[in-house]
Design a protein around this ligand. Sequence first.
Ligand code: IVH
Length: 726
Amino acid sequence: MSKPATPVESLTQEEAAAELARLADEIAGHDRRYHAEDAPTVSDAEYDALKLRNAQIEARFPELIRDDSPSRRVGAAPSATFAQVRHSRPMLSLDNVFSDEDVVDFVTSVRRFLSLSADAELVFTAEPKIDGLSMSLRYEQRRLVTAATRGDGTTGENVTANIRTIGEIPQQLPKDAPDIVEVRGEVYMRRDDFLDLQKRMAETGQTFANPRNSAAGSLRQKNPEVTKSRPLKFFAYAWGETSEPLGTTQYDVVRRFADWGFRVNDQMVRCKSTEELLRHYREIEAERAELPYDIDGVVYKVDRLDLQERLGFRSRSPRWATAHKFPAEKATTVLTAIDIQVGRTGALTPVARLEPVTVGGVVVVNATLHNEDYIKGIGNKGEPIREGRDIRIGDTVIVQRAGDVIPQILDILPEKRPRDSVPYVFPDRCPACDSHAVREEGEAVRRCTGGLICPAQAVERIRHFVSRNAFDIEGLGEKQIEFFFNTDKEALKISTPADIFTLKRRQESLPATLEASLEKLEKIDGFGAVSVKKLFDAIDARRKVDLSRFLFALGIRHIGETNAKRLARHFLSFDKLRTVAEAAKPPEGKGDPGNAEWQEIVGVNGIGGIVAEALVDFFAEEHNREAVEALLAAGVTPQDEEPVADVSSPVAGKTVVFTGSLEKMSRDEAKAMAERLGAKVAGSVSKKTDLVVAGPGAGSKLKQATELGIEVIDEDQWFERVGKPG
Ligand code: IVH
């Protein structure tokens, strides 16, 4: 974004709609460059910021969520799993309108574009807008040849094999169908089928948020057998390329699709006026909850195809159609409890448990309460929200649900508040592991400090622990970690980092019974003897680990790689660091400098109060101390760091260049030594160079140094200077 973005809170609805359109476009472009062209033009962080802003705007204006919203896209641009298909005609999206006036404007603009007089007849079709995913089915010589998702509108994914498993999609069209026709429509899942599927899948732990995600997820399976087992359905309502005209009106063509064996929506009607359109809209809206599938609006299309052709397209949507979206649904119900969920990073999120209430045809029993302040009636910038009203258990609350967004509590009805209600007290302990949950200054989120021992964070923590810049253990990816974490077999279980290092021992001490053999790792699907050996070797190789990596791996808040290195370089051994961190007492008030140990930590170059506090907090938790002890007991030994150059070294702060061949040390060793002594090693000579160490055969660099009058010494003189035996 070039100019500073307007804060989401201050956007008007119109600005928000425009920005969502812009973000959809921009993010789609980035997705394409990243996935399809392998040539991203923004950093991941910039990309994430765009997605975040999009999500924030959508959370504030759920009714503005676009069909092509980046938050709704299943796999962004076509993913690697499916071949790509270029659509012969682009698959466009629809413009959205929200109010009766918008509909009047739409009809007026169509009339104006066609120069129709006020009394000239203009017929529209009106039909439900299905909340599924759009699909293009290409038939050649009346046989289904390709089925493609919309993708970015130009290129989609080839999901033909999966589509063939959907019973109600014809594989073959009757004789009167043209040689080439692309039938387009919506793949969806009925709500009751979705609920059944949820039940069936509950054991696998893999479930979908709503019927639309479920339909999309079921379709994008590698194995068509899986898709086959999913209750997918299809409504036909549009078309792409055809070798001959299909009819003269929208209505007739859709009737023809029905004759060919496609399911079409029986709620499609023809309307002769804006009033009729709006009447049908209200009828569908009233029936929405009873319909067996999710819809999110009503689509109006100019019925005559010759007029559609004259009207044509804007850049991404037809002028002859629009979607009249339903407003976000609201309902009131009673808040029965507030539960705290712990996220993978330790964030505590309050969730409202509600007396079941139907909102827009969906039974809602949970809603998000965002964070501690939100419950208190305080906004993100400390400003009052809901006129400062807090939310209490027992309150009658207004719930809003829209599209995919998690339902939220908008407000309470103060007049219905029970007399004996009390303000909600946000817990300061983690409900998953009972560690302290702390909220840092300036942060909205309260976080569990349980880290390594918190089951809610465990998998993520272990993943971090073995990641490349931490313990760097190959063969332990997310899938494997999930497996080891979720198994209930003692000899396989990894629930803490220390368990990684006892795995081999536990495996080796399994008795030779048939029962025990089931716990053998090489018997587990996806492992096998070779990969097990590789994994054990990788683990063994890491028992000796750099102190800085060890510290980084612990996942202490604010201790990333850089701070881990700073601490390691200062404390040199884990014992020293732990002793100091455990003894440190942070300042207790203004004027209190904290004790000597605290002073030592904040005295480390680059380490400030926040990091120091995170370190001290970590070691203050008994759970964390135990987890660390367990690691050491399992044979993990953080290596002492070599003392770093005291500033008193004669080359400290100097820029040194090594050139020519060195005889007593390798170039790498020379570099490491100089750095240890506080020098900076450069690759070329410049005015900034302080010292050149030249071995035999030195050429242009030596010449340059002499010209610039820079001091040049040989290898022996170097050792003499730094006081090490040569
Ligand atoms: S007509 C050229 N009719 O809405 C436009 N679309 O925003 C052709 N949708 O991608 C689309 N129900 O996935 C049309 N009855 C309906 C629809 C419908 C749902 C979806 C479709 C499309 C999106 C457009």
